[in-house]
Design a protein around this ligand. Sequence first.
Ligand code: HEC
Length: 146
Amino acid sequence: MRTLLTAALRATALGGAVLLAASTVTIRAAAQELRDEYHQAPRDTVSQEVYDGWKQYNLNCARCHGEDVLGTTIAPHLILSLKPDGPINTKELFVQTVCAGRVPKGMPAWCALGMDIPTIDKIYSYVKSRSDAKMGPGRPAVKREG
Ligand code: HEC
């Protein structure tokens, strides 16, 4: 009787462990489903200014200048443009270029399209952080104040 009971208990414990292992696998799979390549966990914690810039860059600039500012074949690689020896190596040059655009060459005039200077400043903060390698690719998280 006792051995039967022990055996039964062992079986239950084993069953429980198997169940536990199975549910862990299910949870892991669910977590992986949420973290597909389009929904990565944020990697960098940045200021509100840089976060807003990241958002505005993705809304307005990424389609030509590339996701994560990694460049494309149709528009300059802004990580390189903003380097100290690049053609856009000051904030003033950046703001002027983005505001006025180079319309005949395919760069829209963003002020004429209704973008304000504070928004261009925010985009600068983001692109500059990428150029200075202060943040990696992907969606950043906002640093909480205090
Ligand atoms: C429709 C495509 C397009 C979009 C959208 C676009 N750009 Fe451009 N951009 C260009 C092209 C093309 C050039 C290169 C123009 C030239 O040949 O001088 C350029 C040039 C630039 C330059 C100068 C780079 C250099 O090395 O001289 C900056 C800075 C820039 N863009 C920033 C932005 C920002 C910021 C945004 C979003 C607000 C943006 N661009 C959106 C196409 C685009």
